[in-house]
Design a protein around this ligand. Structure first.
Ligand SMILES: NC(=O)c1ccc[n+]([C@@H]2O[C@H](COP(=O)([O-])OP(=O)(O)OC[C@H]3O[C@@H](n4cnc5c(N)ncnc54)[C@H](OP(=O)(O)O)[C@@H]3O)[C@@H](O)[C@H]2O)c1
Length: 324
């Protein structure tokens, strides 16, 4: 099935459902998921240098492109400048690394992953993470140069605050096309979404299902589990799902689509991949929307809070509200 698109700055088609690939650590499982997703009609794939899976995505895309089953123009590939490269001297080097792994001449969207630069260190290093001073305007100029050089069609921001987005917009030659941030029913980020949409950025929701597997990540980082709302067990979401004969995940995703927000649910499970794009034959009504709006829990429901590194929280460019 063809997934509907919205227009990004520059007129590019951006499919409203993409495939998330964070925590897709098992190469075979990711390869199978990518093949299944492409067969089902997914054309938008979200990755990042830091997910360490660009080479797997590159391998699968190469097969689809060389066999002629798909054309490069039909795909929308997003990747991200990692925190260790939020520095004007490293932007070109890192986008080239991503393009090499992805086996592509260009990506469709290149995002600054997070507004804080870290000191480069070895993968899996147990040393504490250290940060560096971070100059968004200088980095943005290098991002613009990647568009000029044809390495990416569009550029954007991830995890930036309203003040940080505003500063980039006011100092840009090429405007950010997209803002990718955490958004879901329990954490709707209404003010940030309104600001970005009013300024012409397409908003993408990451962790749109409030990532029910997030505690696997915290365990891997040696951190205690977080108590977070769960979309699978929430009674209000379940009753709306029952009314529409849909799953809880589909209600979570549809609520975002009806706010004109693009979603990138991650799954490596074939049945869920199918479910996560089967969203276009029903509409949430006024009562559903009111009930879902009532599930807003604000900051405590943030799944990916990045505060696991103490150096981030004390950095002048920390983008999220201070925690007690
Ligand atoms: N810019 C950033 O800083 C940032 C941060 C976080 C995420 N992201 C991007 O956003 C994507 C999505 O976010 P996320 O991975 O954090 O979380 P998510 O998509 O909200 O949740 C993924 C989890 O939900 C499960 N799942 C998927 N579909 C389901 C369904 N229909 N029913 C029940 N469970 C389902 C998946 O399990 P299975 O895989 O086992 O099926 C996985 O455990 C990421 O993969 C990544 O591409 C970006």
């Amino acid at each position: 099935m063809a997934i509907p698109s919205v227009k990004l700055l520059g007129g590019y088609d951006f499919p409203v459902v993409g495939l998330g690939t964070w925590q897709s650590d098992n190469e075979q499982a990711l390869e199978d998921a990518l093949n299944a997703a492409l067969e089902l009609g997914y054309r938008h794939i979200d990755t990042a240098y830091v997910y360490r899976n660009e080479h797997v995505i590159g391998r699968v895309l190469k097969e689809w492109l060389t066999s002629g089953k798909i054309k490069r123009d039909d795909l929308f590939i997003t990747t991200k400048l990692p925190m260790e490269a939020i520095n004007p001297d490293r932007v070109e080097q890192y986008i080239k690394k991503s393009l090499e792994s992805l086996q592509l001449d260009y990506v469709d969207l290149y995002l600054i992953h997070f507004p804080i630069c870290t000191k480069p260190r070895k993968p899996d290093s147990k040393e504490p993470i250290e940060t560096e001073p971070t100059d968004h305007i200088a980095v943005w100029k290098k991002m613009e140069e990647q568009v000029d050089a044809g390495r990416t069609k569009t550029i954007g921001l991830s995890n930036f605050s309203i003040a940080q987005i505003d500063r980039v917009i006011k100092n840009s030659r090429i405007k950010p096309a997209c803002l990718q941030v955490e958004i879901h029913t329990f954490f709707p980020q209404n003010e940030l979404v309104k600001f970005a949409q009013d300024n012409g950025l397409v908003v993408v929701a990451y962790s749109p299902l409030a990532n029910p597997s997030i505690n696997k990540f915290y365990a891997k980082m040696g951190l205690p589990p977080k108590e977070l709302p769960n979309m699978l067990t929430n009674g209000i979401i379940s009753s709306i799902a029952k009314k529409h004969n849909k799953s809880n995940a589909q209600i979570m995703l549809k609520f975002l689509l009806q706010r004109n927000i693009v979603v990138i649910p991650k799954s490596v499970t074939a049945t869920r991949l199918k479910e996560n794009i089967d969203l276009f034959d029903f509409t949430l009504d006024g009562d559903d929307l009111t009930a879902l709006r009532g599930l807003d829990q604000g900051e405590p429901a943030r799944v990916c809070d990045f505060s696991f590194a103490k150096a981030f929280v004390s950095h002048p460019e920390w983008p999220f509200p201070a925690r007690d």
